[in-house]
Write a protein that binds this ligand. Structure first.
Ligand SMILES: Nc1ncnc2c1ncn2[C@@H]1O[C@H](COP(=O)(O)OP(=O)(O)OP(=O)(O)O)[C@@H](O)[C@H]1O
Ligand SMILES: [Mg+2]
Length: 312
């Protein structure tokens, strides 16, 4: 349950408004931090979070984009990777047209810095879609160059990967090397069953780090709780895995509208209920202290990904 009482809700809205004002005031400094600043900051362990779902169309891309922007409003450096090997659509939500993707870097035609796209919303973006499967075909020296190039990305606090839906090897491959996995579901029974199926596959794939859950497109907090409880209970009982309930997001028309206008809803409608929900989720992620020092870094992630693709 997100708000226990009206006062807490008001405090949340006030704190969000304050944050929005501060972020607007510092927009020119914070949001205009250049790509180079973000890329070259002190090396740190980037937290790599993969966003996935069992059923398609439950809101992974919408969440990934709005969540990344919200983390950046908290002063975090965030890069979002389109890991969907099917339709790539983060760029549509952000209104940008990437010229290159990771494929050109793998082929040695571009440096990683050349393919990062800075957005107006404080986050950077890499189109990965059509390139990643080429990882398996690299020679040792190409691979080493690629991983070395990626070390320049270690200045990011977070890399958020928007994966495709379903339990295919491509998707599971992306999940395995991530530091955390967020599974998104909608309240429909089919989506719940598929979310459980996805968790089952993740566990079967010997994933040992945190699996978190978000219920999207809910009518109210009670519905969110019912759905989350069901998935958490099933996972505990049949898979012996503890799922962390990260929160929920309301079903609101403005989410669709913000896609049409290509202005993510946390920017276009900062006071909307769904924006508060995303802020609540971002705060939870930032407060999970045990996870803060355990990121594997961007190059660490790709190194593991490389091994996975090579072995399949
Ligand atoms: N909270 C919400 N309220 C209303 N509509 C929503 C919400 N979240 C997502 N949607 C809508 O649902 C549709 C699917 O969303 P999105 O593309 O983010 O899903 P996806 O899981 O990334 O899909 P795919 O599996 O095809 O990659 C979009 O039209 C989006 O506007
Ligand atoms: Mg998507």
């Amino acid at each position: 349950m997100m708000f226990t009482d009206q006062a807490a809700k008001l405090r949340m809205i006030q704190s969000y408004n304050k944050m929005e004002q501060e972020s607007l005031m510092s927009e020119n400094t914070a949001l205009n931090t250049t790509k180079q600043d973000r890329v070259n900051s002190t090396p740190k362990k980037t937290r790599v979070i993969a966003v996935t779902s069992g059923k398609g169309g439950v809101g992974k891309t919408t969440f990934s984009v709005n969540f990344s922007i919200t983390l950046s409003k908290f002063g975090k450096k965030v890069i979002i990777l389109d890991g969907d090997l099917g339709l790539a659509n983060i760029n549509v939500l952000l209104g940008i047209i990437p010229e290159y993707n990771i494929y050109e870097v793998l082929r040695g035609k571009k440096r990683i810095q050349d393919i990062i796209v800075s957005t107006h919303f404080g986050i950077d973006f890499i189109a990965g879609a059509n390139g990643i499967s080429q990882l398996a075909n690299l020679s040792d020296s190409q691979r080493e160059n690629f991983l070395k190039d990626l070390e320049s990305l270690n200045g990011y606090d977070f890399m958020i990967i928007d994966t495709g839906a379903g339990v295919g090897q491509n998707v599971l491959g992306f999940l395995k090397p991530a530091d955390e996995i967020i599974v998104i579901t909608a309240p429909e029974p089919t989506a719940i069953a598929d979310a459980y199926g996805m968790i089952k596959s993740i566990v079967a794939n010997k994933y040992e780090k945190s699996i978190r859950l978000i219920v999207n497109e809910v009518e109210n907090a009670m519905q969110a709780k019912r759905v989350a409880d069901r998935i958490i209970h099933l996972s505990a009982q049949f898979l012996s895995v503890e799922i962390d309930n990260l929160g929920f997001i309301y079903k609101e028309d403005l989410v669709q509208r913000s896609i049409l206008t290509q202005r993510p809803f946390v920017i276009a409608y900062p006071n909307a209920k769904s924006s508060s929900c995303i802020m609540h989720i971002a705060k939870r992620i930032l407060n999970l202290k045990e996870e803060q020092e355990t990121g594997s870094g961007v190059s660490g992630f790709f190194d593991k990904l490389f091994q996975i693709f090579q072995n399949t």
